[in-house]
Structure formats: structure tokens, C-alpha cells
Design a protein around this ligand. Structure first.
Ligand code: GLV
Length: 326
């Protein structure tokens, strides 16, 4: 009996691929850059499973070209690259990888906070530019972290993990969430509106998914509410922040600095003016990139594919409504 086909859009941790190889006919795109949309569409055409990354656009057209698709498994917790409503309408379960990357991502968000507050990348550049000639009372002075106020926008797993780290630094916590106030209060934080959070925070850290509601959630008006000494941190999705408004705020000094793990688009265009600013630290979407966590994400994505091929509910499914029909 011929085995079902699964297309994997990038080389993953080998143990995850070996498990898939054992149960299906596996095709893995093994180049460094992602396959283009048309290639994925062609490979999906005869496939029962698709294991994709956040770089891959999986839309209704692609799903229609792949009538045999039984599962779409994204190796990411976010899934804004997939038209989930279209998948649900076609009865295709979509999997993601929540939980395993929470602590790693929050570690990194806190690292961005510390690096921007204490100007670590600028300090390294200072030495490389041969400027370190003496200990100086004011050179490269940054902002304190302990005792400062951290505003967390979005209070899912990663937002809560960020709060846990901030408590260790005696930070005061403000949270804006569409979820219940109880979980905010239990975390020792104060639930507030977004505007109040922006006005009162020394650091603002974004932890919301990218949706129609959160696209450009932080624009010119929101940035103008922030303190001139405040720092914005984005480990969510680039589209949550209006990049042009952020450039204006940073270059005019209406906020102090920004730390961005994510940009819009990705990769950031090399002529994006944000790259010219010393007070904007930008890294290439690596918040979940620890060796151990990326391996766990690959395993989890493989688990979702295996369940989908068997017709079992996916262990982590973002559209469980597909199982409601019977
Ligand atoms: C990374 O950004 C993810 O969504 O897992």
C-alpha cells in the first residue's frame, strides 16, 4: 500500500523527521531559504500532511489545490501565516506549538529589555569603534530595570512568563489584556487600559498574536502616550507596531529606545530607516531559538502531523471546531 505524502517546508531537528519518515512518504525542502508559494502549492497538491513554518503563506487557494490535505502543522506558536478560517471551512485541522517555547521566548524578551535598557549592543560597538579611552562618569549610562514599571500587553503564556521574570527584578507590573482580571491580579499585576499602560510604563513589552485587531496596535498615537524615557519591546509580530511611526518616535526622542525581535516585513528591508538608529536594537526573529526549544517545537509539529494522518485529534489544534461536526 502506498504511503501518504507529507511535505515539510524546511530541514528540522532530525529526530522529528525520522519519526515522520517511519510512517509516511516524506519530502523535505532542504535549502536555507524557504520554498516559494507556488512550490509549496505544487508539493501540497498530492500531500496528506503539510508541516510548515511561519515564513510560509498557507491560504485558501493553496488548500483548494490540495484536496487530500488532512493536516496543516505550523512549527510556531503563532499562526498568522495560515488562513485558519479557510482551513476550518474545509475541515482541515491546523496545529501549532504552544507551551514548549514559552520560557525560552520570555527569557529572550527579558534579554532584549536588559540589552536596550543598559545599551549593551551600543557598548560593544563603542569598543569596536576604538572609543574606549577611559572609565567615564556618564558615557553609555542607561536605565535601571529594578523597581521600574513594566507594561505587558497581552497576558497569555509568554506575557505571564515575562511577569514572572519581572517580579524577580522588583518591577511594578501593569497588564493590558482582553482576558480576565483575576489572572492579572494573581500575577501581582494591575489590570489597566492600553492607554494607561502606555502612559505609566518604563518598559512596554508586546505579547499579543497578530490579528486584524492587533495590526498596528502601537501606532503614532500610542507611541505619543509613552514616556520620553520609555522602551518598547516587541517579540510578538512585526505588524503589531507601525514601523514608520516607531522610526519617527525614536528619531525625534519621543520614546527612548526599542528592542525588536520581529519586523514587518521579515527580513527587514536593508534600507529601512530603523536600521540607522543606535537606539533601536533589531534581531532576526530568534526569541524561541534555543537548541532544546527548537527541537521540542519540531517534535510537537511532527506529533500534530502524525495525529492528523491517523485521523486523531491534533494534540495542539488551533481550530478544534473541525471536530465538532460529527
Ligand atoms: C515564533 O514567533 C512563533 O510564533 O513560534
Amino acid at each position: 500500500m502506498s504511503r501518504e505524502k507529507v511535505f515539510v517546508t524546511r530541514e528540522l531537528a532530525s529526530s522529528a523527521l525520522e519519526r515522520l519518515d517511519g510512517i509516511c512518504e516524506l519530502e523535505v525542502w532542504d535549502e536555507f531559504l524557504p520554498p516559494d508559494y507556488d512550490y509549496i502549492l505544487r508539493r501540497a497538491r498530492g500531500a496528506s500532511g503539510l508541516l510548515c513554518l511561519l515564513t510560509d503563506t498557507i491560504d485558501a487557494r493553496l488548500m483548494d489545490a490540495a484536496p487530500g490535505l488532512k493536516v496543516i502543522s505550523n512549527m510556531a506558536v503563532g499562526y498568522d501565516n495560515i488562513d485558519v478560517a479557510a482551513a476550518t471551512a474545509r475541515g482541515i485541522p491546523v496545529g501549532n506549538t504552544p507551551g514548549v517555547l514559552t520560557e525560552t521566548t520570555a527569557d529572550f524578551a527579558f534579554a532584549l529589555l536588559m540589552a536596550t535598557a543598559r545599551r549593551i549592543p551600543e557598548a560593544q560597538q563603542y569598543i569596536r569603534d576604538h572609543k574606549w579611552r577611559t572609565w567615564h562618569p556618564t558615557v553609555l549610562s542607561g536605565q535601571d530595570i529594578f523597581g521600574a514599571t513594566l507594561g505587558i500587553v497581552g497576558f497569555g503564556r509568554i506575557g505571564k512568563a515575562m511577569a514572572k521574570r519581572a517580579r524577580g527584578f522588583d518591577m511594578k507590573l501593569l497588564v493590558n489584556t482582553s482576558g480576565p482580571d483575576e489572572s492579572v491580579l494573581e500575577a501581582g499585576a494591575e489590570p489597566v487600559t492600553l492607554d494607561e499602560l502606555l502612559r505609566r510604563s518604563d518598559y512596554v513589552s508586546l505579547h499579543v498574536p497578530l490579528t486584524d485587531r492587533t495590526t498596528h496596535l502601537i501606532g503614532a498615537r500610542e507611541l505619543s502616550l509613552m514616556k520620553a524615557s520609555a522602551i518598547l519591546l516587541n517579540t510578538a509580530r512585526g505588524g503589531v507596531v507601525d514601523g514608520q511611526a516607531l522610526y519617527r518616535a525614536l528619531s525625534e526622542g519621543s520614546i527612548l529606545a526599542a528592542g525588536l525581535d520581529v519586523t514587518d516585513p521579515e527580513p527587514i528591508s536593508l534600507d529601512d530607516p530603523l536600521l540607522t538608529l543606535d537606539n533601536c536594537l533589531i534581531v532576526p526573529h530568534i526569541a524561541s531559538a534555543s537548541v532544546a526549544t527548537r527541537a521540542k517545537m519540531a517534535e510537537m509539529a511532527a506529533d500534530n502531523v502524525i495525529a492528523g494522518l491517523r485521523g486523531d485529534p491534533l494534540p495542539t489544534c488551533v481550530n478544534p471546531q473541525v471536530y465538532d461536526k460529527n
